[in-house]
Write a protein that binds this ligand. Structure first.
Ligand code: BGC
Length: 759
């Protein structure tokens, strides 16, 4: 289909009508020209297709579907293949249901544990978020279904989500908030991007040209279309040339009329309308050319897959005395409402109408030696004495007690943020009382975001199950009894308390202004720099077996920033059970002029090892692994010097490291003036070429060099080092200030210009 030709045959009215949706989930058609419409639907951890009453908050029913583990859980898998497989399954499901685009993945960064939508997001770490979400995209799109990467950009809070202005500096955006989107476009070739509700640095994302055109298309090469988040459009006429192609949901044509009028009155060039329409139709054509409505949808098979995946996402946080896995002959008291009615997804637009929900108690049906007590109610936070007493009695009768706890739906959801990081009081009290009654108490958590654990030292083991999808109960059983060896790792730090989080002082913002004050120091980048104690660090997760690392090798000890570096390390299963290890590679800049985190994740691989088995894991690092974003150059830059390549079991547990020297191939361009200081001039070769001869001359002039006849006390008091240190901060103009009239300010300005012109 020749899209350009078709668009050229359309009237202006027809073109404008295509700039917004027909309704909540469909685009518009132009039947006269054979232009069909398509359906888009929410994801991202399942399909939320609404055939009847539509809404964007998960209020009305959608068709029965399969709820896979949410991103909070899949991020903990550190497993690229798993994300790809979920994507493939959802792509097939969309083909079956004739949905051309699934609205996800959601790749915003977890700036604070409070964000209500954290359960939909991947990580506090941009590399992890980028790697996993890109695989999901590749999986979906391998089925000729498009994704909509959302919410672009810097949409890390729900508070005032439709009006707040995220104020974020350039370096922080590039290093933390953009990479997952950048990877989605460059590597994932995402068909569409969804702009966020918020403003970014003063301009709504839906009309932000710098974001939607200059960066997304100009720099990253995006060739799909941008749709608005549902209701994110403010000034539609401004949005069209800024790069917002499709407004969703349809505004009943009112905004299209405004665009039409703007073109008719000469306020908007028609070419922008043409471009939007062409982009929208070209992406839809990709679907039409490959539509396969006869693709089967096997929900049973997906349920089984979701169960296995949820198990491989679970993170074993603590396992004192190897209390887990449970043994077949032990009597186990299962306690907690969530064991019968699990929390496995969050509220809002991603809410899936699961065709089946499998609880832990469902999975344990027919198993002997299992006791149950409800323990708490989800409708209230207040401890229920009768329920707790019953739970305590049940725990006393068992060898081990497993409490299934976490956060109720009302605690975290799309649309609002949490105000604290605590679990409901009734659950905290239950855990303390059961643990006092049975020393072998284990806690399983279902929550989308970190919680404080004041009870941590009272219990022997903790499994973080996150929001693990509809088969989470079966998955929990598999991990508890050791059918699956836990292999998840934390995709975020668990601080001891909310106040420790780097964004605590400014999260949510004042009024509509949310300044991202902590800059690049998000999550472990902050806790590690501050050497702060955390409850559990980024990357942490235990196993029922043990792994040993050895033989860390780099293929070169020194390299240019344009050279790739190959790193290999051996990892061996030295325990008695097969298991998967997540080998994590961090890069640490030893000395740096800019403020940098202590270390940053730049590689990870998940490997399956049989008992006694050893494998070599290989990583290839490129310039980005060493670079920071230089806001003067508006580019990635590597500072020459030493870097440590670190292999860790978490950001806090580095087991092997090797140093390499990296040499920059680019000099940071500097513009000098008479106010430039010696310290900066000294670092520039061209400055020194001009200045060195002058310094030598000046040393012999009165007032400029070491004076003869200085008093003994002064020369003793001011050492050469002190003198040098003071000189470092002197501006160039000081040569004039102290020259007793030999030199003047204008001469120093000329000198600075001479340096600038030096090649
Ligand atoms: C959410 C999006 C979602 C859209 C459609 C909005 O409220 O922010 O993530 O895709 O609704 O339901």
């Amino acid at each position: 289909m020749d899209i350009k030709h078709i668009v050229s045959q359309m009237t202006l009215e027809e073109k404008c009508s295509l700039l917004s949706g027909l309704d909540f989930w469909h685009t518009r058609a132009v039947e006269r020209l054979g232009v069909k419409n398509v359906m888009v639907s929410d994801g991202p951890h399942g399909l939320r297709k609404q055939n009847d009453k539509a809404d964007h908050l998960g209020v009305n029913e959608s068709i029965k579907a399969v709820c896979f583990p949410t991103a909070s859980a899949t991020a903990a898998s550190f497993d690229r293949d798993m994300l790809r497989e979920i994507g493939e399954n959802l792509g097939d499901t969309c083909q079956h249901e004739q949905v051309s685009i699934i609205l996800g993945p959601a790749v915003n960064i977890k700036r604070s544990p409070l964000c209500g939508r954290n359960f939909e997001y991947f990580s506090e770490d941009p590399y992890l978020a980028a790697e996993l979400s890109t695989r999901f995209i590749q999986g979906v799109q391998s089925r000729n279904i498009g994704v909509s990467v959302k919410h672009f950009a810097a949409n890390s809070q729900e508070h005032r989500r439709m009006s707040s202005d995220s104020v974020v500096d350039e370096r922080t955006l590039r290093e933390i908030y953009y990479p997952a989107f950048e990877s989605a476009v460059k590597k994932g070739k995402a068909w569409t991007v969804m702009c966020s509700y918020n403003k970014l640095n003063g301009e709504f994302a839906s009309q932000n040209k710098a974001l939607l055109t200059d960066l997304l298309r100009g720099e990253w090469g995006f060739d799909g279309y941008v749709m608005s988040d549902w209701g994110a459009v403010s000034d539609r006429v401004k949005g069209v040339p800024a790069g917002l192609d499709l407004e969703m949901p349809g505004s009943g044509g009112t905004n299209d009329q405004r665009v039409l009028k703007a073109v008719q009155e000469g306020r908007l060039d028609e070419k922008y309308v043409d471009i939007c329409v062409e982009r929208i139709l070209s992406v839809h054509q990709r679907y039409f050319d490959n539509a396969k409505p006869d693709t089967p949808w096997d929900m049973e098979a997906q349920h089984a897959l979701a169960r296995q995946m949820a198990a491989e996402c679970m993170v074993l946080l603590k396992n004192e005395d190897n209390i887990l896995p449970l043994k077949e002959d032990e009597t186990v008291a299962v306690i907690g409402r969530f064991a019968k009615k699990p929390r496995f997804q969050g509220g809002g637009s991603s809410h899936i109408n699961s065709f089946r929900i499998e609880s832990l108690m469902d999975a344990l049906k027919g198993k002997e030696n299992i006791l149950y007590a409800q323990g708490y109610d989800i409708a209230t936070e207040t401890p229920d004495e009768a329920l707790i007493a019953e739970a305590v009695e049940t725990a006393k009768k068992a060898d081990k007690a497993v409490i299934v706890a976490g956060l109720p739906d009302s605690f975290e959801s799309e649309g609002y943020d949490r105000t604290h990081m605590r679990m409901p009081k009734c659950q905290v009290e239950l855990i303390e009382r059961v643990a006092a009654a049975n020393p072998n108490t284990i806690v399983v958590l279902y929550n989308g975001s970190p919680v404080e654990m004041p009870w941590i030292s009272s219990v022997k083991a903790v499994i973080e199950g996150y929001l693990g999808g509809q088969a989470v109960g079966g998955a929990t059983k598999m991990v508890l009894w050791g059918d699956v060896n836990p292999c998840g790792r934390l995709p975020e730090s668990f601080p001891l308390q909310l106040e420790d989080n780097p964004s605590f002082l400014s999260y949510g913002g004042e009024g509509n202004t949310a300044v991202y004050n902590e800059g690049v120091f998000v999550g472990y980048r902050y806790y590690d720099k501050k050497k702060m104690q955390v409850l559990f660090p980024f990357g942490h997760g235990l196993s029922y077996t043990r792994f040993a690392y050895s033989n860390l090798q780099v293929d070169k000890a020194s390299l240019k920033d344009t050279d790739p570096l190959t790193v290999t390390v051996d990892v061996k299963n030295i325990g008695a059970t097969a298991g998967k290890e997540v080998v994590q590679l961090y890069v640490s800049d030893v000395e740096s002029e800019v403020f940098r985190p202590v270390r940053e994740l730049k590689g990870f691989e998940k490997v399956l090892l049989q008992p006694g088995e050893e494998k070599t894991v290989t990583f290839t690092l490129d310039k980005r692994a060493f670079a920071y974003w230089n806001a003067e150059m508006h580019d990635w830059h590597v500072e020459s010097g030493a870097f440590r390549i670190q292999i860790g079991k978490s950001s806090r547990d580095i087991v092997l490291e090797k140093e390499v020297q990296v040499e920059s191939t680019v000099e940071v361009p500097r513009h000098f003036t008479a106010d430039s200081i010696m310290m900066d001039l000294e670092k520039s070769e061209k400055a020194m070429r001009v200045l060195s001869p002058l310094f030598q001359q000046a040393a012999h002039q009165p007032g400029m060099g070491a004076e003869e006849g200085q008093s003994e006390t002064a020369s003793e008091a001011i050492t050469e080092d002190m003198n040098k240190a003071m000189m470092m901060y002197m501006p160039l103009r000081a040569m004039a200030n102290f020259s007793q009239g030999h030199l003047n300010y204008d001469m120093m300005t000329e000198l600075a210009e001479k340096i600038n012109q030096e090649t």
